[in-house]
Design a protein around this ligand. Structure first.
Ligand code: PLP
Length: 403
C-alpha cells in the first residue's frame, strides 16, 4: 500500500502525532466534516468539479521552470521551480481553500469561517466564498489588521466580513480562539476552514490531499522535461501545506530525497526563530499533537520569521512524524539567507518570490553548491508582491547583490 493511503490512521494519527483534541461541543462537528470528506473524496461529481475549478478558475497546472541563470551562477546542481506563485491569488493556498469550500457546498453549508494572521489564508478563503456565492467571516487580530492593510482591503472587496479581534496580544492565536467561538454558535450552517496541514483531524489529511496535486503535477512535468526524477525536493514549512503538497508526489520513491525548510529567523534563542522541528519537542496546540516550540510551562512560545506566513510555534503532525522516522530531512534558512534568495530570484530569474518561498530557494542555493550533476526541485509556494514594500523600505533594492 502506498504511503498516502496508509497515513494517517482512521482517527487521524501519524505515529504519535495528530489526533483531534476538541471541546465536547465541537467534537460532533469535526466528525461530521470527517465523514463528509471520506464520502466525497471518492465521489465522481465532487472530484470532477474540483478538477474543473483547478483548470478553469485557478490556472492549473502551474508550470515547472528550470532556473537556468542561478543554476549556472552557483555552478553546482541544477535548480528547478514548481511555480505555485502562478496560482490565482498568487500562492498555493487556493488549492485547499477551493477544496474546503466545495466540501462546504456539498455539505449544504452557507458560510466559511476562519482566522488569518498575515491575511493570506483569509484572502484565499474569501476568494473561494465569492466563487461559490457563500458568506465568509474572517477573524483577524487588530495588530495584524493594522500591519496587513492590503489583504484586509482584498478580503472586503471579495465580500468577506473581517472581524477584528481585540483581546490578548491581538494576533493569530487570539484570532483562532475568536473564530472557534463564533463557529460554535453557527456550526449547523457554517464550516471552519483551516489554512494548513494543522488543526484537529481531518484537516491535516484533507489539506494534504487537496495540495497533493502540486506533487503529482510536478513529478510528471519534471519527468517530461528531463527524463528523470529530481534528486532532491525542497519546500518551506510553516504549518506545512505546500511542503506536504509537493512531497506527496515523491513519498513512495526512495530515490528522491525530501527537505523541509524552517525559518531560522534572526538567532537561535526562543523567540528569534520559528524552527519548530529543529528546536521543538512534542506538545499540543490548537487541538492536535505535534512538535512544538514551548516555554517552561509548555505553552506555545513566541516565534519570529521575516516571513509572517511561517511564524507558527507548531507544525503539521505529518511533518512531525516524517521527521521522527527520518523520511524527510528538516533544515533551516535565516532571515538574511532568505533575503539574498529573494534578491537572487528577482534579479536573475525574473520572479519576485514570497518571503516564505524564499526560504526554500535559499536552502536549495546552499545545497546546490555541494551537488554538481544533481537536480533540485523547489516548490515556489507564492509570489512576493505582498512583500515588496516591506523589503525595499527596510533593505533597499538589492542593487549591490551579486551571486
Ligand atoms: C501561507 C504560506 C506559506 C506557509 O504555509 P504552509 O502551510 O507551510 O505551506 C508558505 N508560502 C506562502 C506563499 C504562503 O502564503
Amino acid at each position: 500500500m502506498g504511503y498516502l493511503k496508509q497515513f494517517p490512521s482512521k482517527d487521524g494519527y501519524f505515529g504519535e502525532f495528530g489526533g483531534a483534541f476538541l471541546p465536547p461541543e465541537l467534537e460532533p462537528h469535526f466528525k461530521e466534516i470527517a465523514q463528509a470528506y471520506e464520502r466525497l473524496a471518492v465521489d465522481a461529481s465532487y472530484i470532477n468539479e474540483l478538477r474543473y475549478i483547478r483548470e478553469h478558475f485557478q490556472g492549473r497546472p502551474t508550470p515547472v521552470q528550470h532556473a537556468k541563470n542561478i543554476s549556472e551562477k552557483l555552478g553546482g546542481a541544477q535548480i528547478y521551480l514548481k511555480r505555485e506563485d502562478l496560482n490565482h491569488t498568487g500562492a498555493h493556498k487556493l488549492n485547499h481553500c477551493m477544496g474546503e469550500a466545495l466540501l462546504a457546498k456539498f455539505m449544504g453549508k452557507k458560510k466559511l469561517i476562519a482566522e488569518t494572521g498575515a491575511g493570506q489564508h483569509g484572502v484565499a478563503l474569501a476568494t473561494a466564498a465569492s466563487y461559490f456565492g457563500m458568506e465568509c467571516e474572517i477573524h483577524m487580530g487588530e495588530v495584524d489588521i493594522a500591519k496587513e492593510h492590503p489583504n484586509v482591503i482584498r478580503m472586503k472587496l471579495l465580500g468577506a466580513e473581517v472581524v477584528p479581534v481585540s483581546f490578548g496580544a491581538k494576533t493569530l492565536k487570539e484570532a483562532v480562539d475568536s473564530a472557534f467561538q463564533s463557529y460554535l454558535g453557527q456550526a449547523d450552517s457554517a464550516i471552519y476552514a483551516i489554512g494548513s496541514v494543522v488543526g484537529p483531524h481531518p484537516f491535516p489529511k484533507m489539506v494534504r490531499d487537496f495540495q497533493s496535486v502540486v506533487g503529482f503535477e510536478a513529478r510528471d512535468q519534471f519527468a517530461a522535461m528531463t527524463g528523470n526524477d529530481p534528486d532532491h525536493v525542497v519546500a518551506c514549512v510553516g504549518g506545512g501545506s505546500n511542503a506536504m503538497g509537493i512531497f506527496s508526489g515523491f513519498l513512495d520513491n526512495d530515490a528522491v530525497k525530501l527537505h523541509g525548510v524552517e525559518p531560522h529567523g534572526s538567532g537561535t534563542e526562543l523567540g528569534k526563530h520559528a524552527a519548530t522541528i529543529t528546536y521543538g519537542k512534542p506538545g499540543m496546540i490548537h487541538g492536535f499533537k505535534c512538535m512544538l516550540l514551548s516555554d517552561e510551562d509548555g505553552n506555545p512560545a513566541p516565534v519570529h520569521s521575516i516571513a509572517s506566513g511561517l511564524d507558527y510555534p507548531g507544525v503539521g503532525p505529518e511533518h512531525s512524524y516524517l521527521s521522527s522516522i527520518g523520511k524527510v530531512a528538516y533544515g533551516s534558512a535565516s532571515d538574511q539567507e532568505t533575503l539574498d534568495a529573494f534578491f537572487a530570484l528577482s534579479k536573475y530569474e525574473g520572479i519576485i518570490p514570497a518571503l516564505e518561498s524564499s526560504h526554500a530557494v535559499a536552502y536549495a542555493m546552499k545545497m546546490a553548491k555541494e551537488l554538481p550533476g544533481e537536480a533540485i526541485l523547489v516548490n515556489l509556494s507564492g509570489r512576493g508582491d505582498k512583500d515588496i514594500d516591506y523589503v525595499t523600505e527596510k533593505f533597499g533594492y538589492g542593487e549591490d547583490f551579486e551571486l
